[in-house]
Ligand binder design. Structure first.
Ligand code: NAD
Length: 311
């Protein structure tokens, strides 16, 4: 499979490494408006590939080089500076998506290509990319709350002393400050979270849950404060998403995709079945009243910001 990555900054470079390491691509093309940066990344990654897979890694000087790509990952654009929210990037990165998507679409097979959106504010960028590309909603997929859900699973796994692999817990809604934790449907192995805590005598009070939710919401801010940006977690999420598409695994991932039409359309993260056709089916877990109203609020914030960026 040929995969293109547009935007080779901290995130794009880490994504390229993680995607290379899946062994699923025979060719990776890197494009960035900073051609020197893209060429240097392709060189470095090509050297690393000599230790692993037989894979062609090139830097593109123009969009013609992405022809034949089945997956195009867009990780270009401004990142958050300390103290900035993802929504603060709205207008800057809408201009970046407006620049990139038409050029991508002029060079790929629109019957087959899947766009994977990483640029923030994620859900609004998914809506914009879907509108500009005119692709079916299932094939414009944002990494959404895959990363937030991973953060939640890791925090819960440490609290409960079980592997994150055994924690089925989801963050839904915006990939941003209004996301919600779907506590009501969280399970540990085959057992509901509440029951698990009872059986293992692990206290899980409202305060504990609020603290965990707060840590999930502030994780990116903490990492940005410490190392200037985040890249490893998102790279893991993109590689996982690429794997599910490339192998047609039909895994359930909390990705973002447009649902609904016209003025009611919203992209936000829900559990979705992801395979070769993209994010084909959305699933709605059982939520309590607070979770449902939090999710509606999150959707309204995304829609309002999409309306803000104009046509
Ligand atoms: P960065 O500044 O390190 O890199 C951005 C790159 O994009 C630069 O190399 C720049 O030259 C390139 N670029 C800008 N405009 C372009 C255009 N029109 N065409 C092609 N390339 C262009 O930033 P980063 O840390 O790599 O972050 C990239 C994006 O990923 C940001 O929007 C950030 O918020 C987002 N991000 C998303 C998640 C997530 O979970 N979805 C996680 C981390 C970062």
């Amino acid at each position: 499979m040929k995969i293109a990555i547009i935007g080779i900054g901290s995130v794009g470079s880490a994504v390229a490494t993680a995607v290379k390491n899946t062994g699923l691509a025979h060719e990776i093309v890197l494009y960035d408006t900073d051609g020197v940066r893209a060429r240097a990344a392709a060189e470095d990654l090509g050297h690393a590939a000599a230790f692993s897979f037989d894979i062609k890694i090139t830097a593109a000087s123009n969009y013609r080089a992405i022809r034949g790509s089945e997956i195009v990952i867009i990780s270009a654009g401004a990142n958050q500076k300390p103290g900035e929210t993802r929504m603060d990037l709205l207008h800057k990165n809408a201009a970046v998506i407006r620049d990139i998507v038409p050029r991508v679409m002029a060079n790929v097979d629109n019957k087959n290509v899947k766009l994977v959106i990483v640029t923030n504010p994620l859900d609004v960028m998914v809506m914009l990319a879907q509108k500009l590309s005119k692709l079916p909603a299932a094939r414009v997929i944002g990494t959404g709350t895959m990363l937030d859900s991973a953060r939640l699973r890791v925090i819960l796994s440490r609290t409960l002393s079980v592997s994150p692999q055994s924690v089925n817990a989801y963050v839904l809604g915006e990939h941003g400050d209004s996301s919600i934790v779907a506590w009501n449907c969280a399970t540990i192995g085959a057992i509901g979270l509440k029951d698990f805590c009872k059986q293992t005598k692990t206290p899980m009070t409202d305060t504990t849950r609020a603290t965990i939710e707060h840590r999930v919401h502030t994780a990116a801010y903490e990492i940005i404060r410490g190392r200037g940006a985040t890249w490893d977690g998102i790279a893991g999420a993109v590689a996982d998403l690429v794997r599910s598409i490339a192998n047609d695994e039909n895994r359930i991932l909390t990705v973002s995709a447009v649902d609904g039409v016209g003025a009611k359309a919203i992209a936000m993260s829900m559990p979705r079945i992801v395979g070769a056709g993209g994010a084909t089916k959305m699933l709605v877990p059982q939520m309590d009243k607070n979770e449902s109203s939090g999710l509606r609020r999150s959707g309204n914030i995304i829609r309002k910001n999409f309306d803000n960026i104009g046509k």
